[in-house]
Every structure is written in structure tokens, then in C-alpha cells.
Write a protein that binds this ligand. Structure first.
Ligand code: NIG
Ligand code: FE
Length: 408
């Protein structure tokens, strides 16, 4: 029987469907995909799919001749909601100033905190919506966005409200993470601020039900392992799932903490050891690598090869923030390949299926298998390899989100 189909994309030169049994990313040549009610209902050879779902009978038919189709990218770690400009810090870093020197001088995160505290809700919303536009142009259909530039209850709640409103208004799905423990505000001592986060901020966030995750910057001279554990355990007691910024600048034990509390992901991991990663794998924690951050800091990249050797489900993210100003998962894939030695297939898996796991999204998100959300990217190129291969170039041509054409 011929069903009513909302969308058929056919004659696809190469369709990346998701993780394969013997390869990181299974592909089908001369493929087609059919969509009903925002969900993929059929995937396979063009002749087979179009026999059941004829393009002529579909509401929308798209001839992708010569082009590759992939799942929309999932960017599982960003600080995309901010105000102000820190391009001068980019220049300072080029002249040799370190990230920590900038932060301890009241710059970095603290400077963005000043700008966000004085920005009203509508300005913040406009900022985030325009960032999401750029992400969507680059093929991202789901993104995690953290608070953490408020560092007081009122501004943290304002940020999370804005993240929720952006999710409602923009085609990109936005996953909200509370990160009150992102830095210690000026004039406060770290323990005093942790008291404030656990006693005031977390209960207020939980009461409003406006965050899914609770993240912490577990780092030398920021939040210790004990302080981070207190934040994450309080978050868990309030229904917030833990995530950890771990071993970005130094090795202090954040990866082990992530395993211990059963975090959904441990992120950065530039200084994580083999034992740390064994712990993550055992506890089912997704390692999220942020090669753009290492690139911008001039730091050594995380050891992705060591993690893949251990069958860790490595994900990558942009870490888009004022210190790492890239919206592009394609650029992250280029760096993952060139800087961290990942293959293009591993980098694509890390940007889709594994990134969805880093956000606890339901099974099949980040794939184009039957039952997956119809988040589709058509490239102006014949293979997914062109995403990392054409570095610095956006090869995304057309994007559908839940079966709706939203780009191109
Ligand atoms: O993931 N490391 C902490 N947070 C961000 C940077 C945020 C900023 O510098 O504004 C990160 O890299
Ligand atoms: Fe971050």
C-alpha cells in the first residue's frame, strides 16, 4: 500500500545512517529516506524506498543527486548564550597570556558575567537566537547550552529562561544545562560561593524545572573535586543530571568524579589518563572532546586514540563560547581528524549518535534509522568525508528539522 509521505529525499549519493556493526558509520549509496510526521519511516536503496513512498505522491520531494545526506549534528557542549565581546583576549592569548592569567585578572568568564548581568532578557534572547541561526546554517539541529555567566540566582535563572524560550522559538532543539559553578564571582570566597550554589541556585532552578543537567568547572584554582562533588550531588538530589568539565587545564580528578557520580558526560579531558578513561567506560560516561578549545588555547589535544582503543563512545562538541568562537561542528570534525587522529567516520559518529548519548537523548537520535527524528543535512558534496576535509568551509546545503525544511 502506498502511504502519504511528508518528505522523500532520493538519489542520495551517500547516506550516513548511523553506527554500523563493523564500522563507525554505516553508509548506503544511491539511497533514499522517507519521512512521516517528522520521523524517518524508511531508509535504504532509492528504488526500494521510492516504490513504497513515490516522490510524486509526497508533500515534498528532494532530488539529492550527487550529494551526501547525514543526520543533523548534535553539539553537546556550548556556552552559546552570552553578551559582550572578548576578541581582545584572543589577541592577548596570541601575545602569550594564559587563560588562567586572564581569568585571575578579572577577564575571561568574569568579564562575560559583567556583560550578561547587565543585559536584559530580550537582548540575551536575541543574542542566542542569532547564534542558533549560524549553528543551523552549519548543520547543527540539536545543541546543549549552559548557563554560568550569571553566578547569582537572578541572572542564572534569567539565562535558563532565555535558553528555554530560544528552544521554543527556534527550529534547533536546545538542551538546557545549569552551570552556576562555572567560576567564582569577584568578592566571594570559593566555599562561600559553593554554599550559595547549593543552597540557593540549585533549589531555585529545580523549582522552576528549567534545566536538565548540572555542570561544574572542576579545575585547579576553580572548583576542587570535593566542591564539585557537593554541587553535583546537590543537583542530583534536585533531579539534575550531572556533567563535568574535567582535566581541561590540569589533572585534578574530575574524570574520576564523573565516573563516581554516574555523570552523563565528562568533557574536555585534555589531561585524562588511561585509568580515568577505563573508569568512564565502566560507568557508562560519554567522553566529550572539545578540539576547538585546545586549538584556541594552543594546548595539546585530548588523547582520542587512547579513548577509542578502549571502546569509549567519544563525542565531540564546539564548546562555542567567547573564548572559543566557533559555531561549526564541521570545524570541530576537521580538528578531530587532523589534531586528534580520528577518522572522518569516527568524527561524524562523535558529532551525531555519540553526541546524542552525551545529552541522554532517546535511542536513534543522531541517526537516520527508522524511528529517528527526521533531522537531515544535505551537503554540497558527495560524501560525509567532505565535512572535515573542506576545513574552514561550510559544505551544508539544506537542513530539515523534524521533517520541516529549515535551511537552504
Ligand atoms: O568550556 N572552561 C570553562 N568554560 C568554558 C570557557 C568559558 C569562557 O571562557 O567564557 C570552556 O572552555
Ligand atoms: Fe565548557
Amino acid at each position: 500500500m502506498v502511504g502519504v509521505t511528508d518528505l522523500v529525499v532520493y538519489d542520495i549519493a551517500e547516506l550516513a545512517v548511523g553506527p554500523g556493526t563493523d564500522e563507525p558509520m554505516e553508509t548506503i549509496e544511491n539511497a533514499a529516506v522517507a519521512v512521516e510526521d517528522g520521523t524517518v519511516v524508511s531508509v535504504g536503496d532509492t528504488d526500494d524506498v521510492t516504490e513504497e513512498h513515490p516522490p510524486s505522491a509526497a508533500d515534498e520531494a528532494h532530488d539529492a543527486a550527487g550529494r551526501a545526506v547525514l543526520p543533523g549534528f548534535v553539539d553537546p557542549h556550548t556556552h552559546a548564550l552570552f553578551a559582550g565581546d572578548r576578541s581582545d583576549e584572543f589577541e592577548a592569548k596570541l601575545r602569550g597570556k594564559s587563560y588562567q592569567e586572564i581569568l585571575s585578572g578579572g577577564g575571561g568568564i568574569l568579564r562575560t558575567v559583567d556583560a550578561v548581568r547587565t543585559a536584559d532578557e530580550e537582548t540575551l534572547l536575541a543574542n542566542l537566537l542569532s547564534q542558533l541561526d549560524v549553528m543551523l546554517e552549519h548543520g547543527t539541529t540539536t545543541v546543549e547550552v549552559k548557563s554560568g555567566y550569571g553566578l547569582d540566582t537572578e541572572t542564572e535563572l534569567r539565562m535558563l529562561r532565555v535558553i528555554g524560550r530560544a528552544d521554543e522559538q527556534h527550529p534547533v532543539d536546545v538542551v538546557p544545562t545549569f552551570m552556576g559553578a562555572h567560576a567564582v564571582p569577584q568578592g566571594m570566597d570559593t566555599d562561600e560561593y559553593v554554599d550559595h550554589v547549593v543552597e540557593e541556585q540549585i533549589p531555585a532552578v529545580a523549582e522552576q524545572g528549567i534545566a536538565s543537567f548540572c555542570d561544574v568547572f572542576c579545575e585547579e584554582d576553580v572548583f576542587s573535586v570535593a566542591q564539585s562533588r557537593r554541587v553535583l550531588e546537590t543537583g542530583m538530589a534536585h533531579g539534575l543530571t550531572p556533567k563535568v568539565h574535567a582535566e581541561e587545564l590540569a589533572h585534578i580528578g574530575g574524570t574520576q568524579l564523573a565516573a563516581e557520580v554516574g555523570a552523563t558526560s565528562a568533557d574536555h579531558l585534555l589531561h585524562s589518563t588511561e585509568d580515568d578513561v577505563d573508569g568512564l567506560v565502566e560507568a557508562g560516561v560519554v567522553p566529550v572532546l572539545l578540539p576547538g578549545t585546545a586549538f584556541g588555547l594552543g594546548a595539546e589535544y585530548a588523547d582520542a586514540g587512547m579513548m577509542l582503543d578502549r571502546d569509549a563512545p567519544v563525542a565531540i562538541a564546539t564548546d562555542f563560547n567567547p573564548n572559543c568562537h566557533s559555531h561549526s561542528m564541521g570545524f570541530a570534525q576537521s580538528l578531530a581528524c587532523v589534531g586528534m587522529g580520528m577518522t572522518p567516520a569516527e568524527a561524524l559518529l562523535a558529532s551525531t549518535h555519540n553526541a546524542a548519548e552525551a545529552l541522554d537523548l532517546p535511542a536513534r537520535h543522531g541517526t537516520l534509522r527508522e524511528g529517528a527524528p527526521a533531522d537531515l543535512v544535505v551537503l554540497d558534496a558527495p560524501s560525509f568525508v567532505h565535512v572535515p576535509y573542506q576545513y574552514g568551509v561550510n559544505v551544508v546545503e539544506t537542513v530539515w528539522k523534524d521533517g520541516e525544511r529549515v535551511q537552504g
